[in-house]
Design a protein around this ligand. Structure first.
Ligand code: ZN
Ligand code: ZN
Length: 257
């Protein structure tokens, strides 16, 4: 199993960067970045080969690329008329609404070429998704909107990774991610721990490292960290969890079973 970090930035990425989003095995996109449909092409992936998009939650920086992706699929529909509809998987509270809004932005009532019908799959914590290649399980994370951590297991090799999306520290995530080869979580506060009130329910590198230790993960990737705080974040994370890193945009990590 392999994961490519299309973007690792926080809400508004700097020039040449992308908001946190990743692609697993070239088939599963986790969050959409600002424009993952175009970004994945520069990393050698074809949006037309995507099976599913997994939205960790429906804050703008995680779904704002969805209309681009639908538009892309429509503009290239003639290349693969037999292509099954893209699956859009996300928290049951919000996923249908952001899909409907994304489709509405394309104005299909005015432009026939952009009539698109994705396959929306609302998920609650504990729900699962399986196909010929992966088994995906979910657990709740702690953020101001409904949010899910996805654990991907490659059914052939047994390799596994967990991608938490945005979250405050929440011990049950570690149980869900127990023994993964790679834990991908956020460090919005850089090298500092979350402030006491933590109204926005994010984490810093110290909580990320704590989560990786509690899960017994092999490696920890920190994403959603402001560029100017990345150095501090990786230093702070390594104090408690040695195998921590901040991926480069476009970096691929291969996971063995
Ligand atoms: Zn968020
Ligand atoms: Zn975010």
């Amino acid at each position: 199993m392999k994961i490519t970090f299309l973007g690792t930035s926080t809400v508004v990425p700097a020039a040449g960067h992308e908001t946190a989003c990743a692609i697993v095995n070239g088939r599963y996109l986790i969050d959409t970045g600002w424009n993952a449909a175009i970004g994945m092409k520069s990393d050698g992936y074809d949006p037309m080969l995507l099976d599913a998009v997994f939205l960790t939650h429906c804050h703008h920086d995680h779904y704002i690329g969805l209309p681009h992706l639908f538009f892309h699929m429509c503009m290239r529909a003639s290349e693969r008329p037999d292509r099954p509809p893209l699956k859009v998987i996300g928290p049951e509270e919000d996923v249908q609404r952001v899909v409907d809004l994304s489709l509405a932005l394309l104005q299909p009532e005015r432009f026939d070429a952009v009539a698109y019908a994705p396959d929306v799959i609302p998920m609650a914590p504990g729900d699962t998704y399986s196909d010929d290649a992966v088994h995906v399980t979910t657990c709740r994370t702690v953020h101001p909107v409904a949010s899910l951590c996805y654990r991907f297991t490659d059914t052939q090799s047994g390799a596994s990774l967990a991608y938490t999306g945005d979250t405050a520290y929440h011990a049950p995530i570690a149980e869900h991610a127990a023994g993964v080869g790679l834990l991908v979580t956020e460090a919005s506060y850089g090298g500092s721990a979350a402030p006491a009130d933590n109204a926005s329910l994010h984490s810093g590198a110290p909580e990320a490292a704590r989560l990786a230790n509690a899960a017994g993960a092999e490696r920890l990737a920190l994403v959603h960290c402001p560029e100017e705080k990345q150095n501090d974040a990786v230093v702070a994370a390594r104090r408690d969890f040695r195998n921590s890193f901040i991926p480069e945009d476009g970096e691929t990590v291969e996971l063995a079973g």
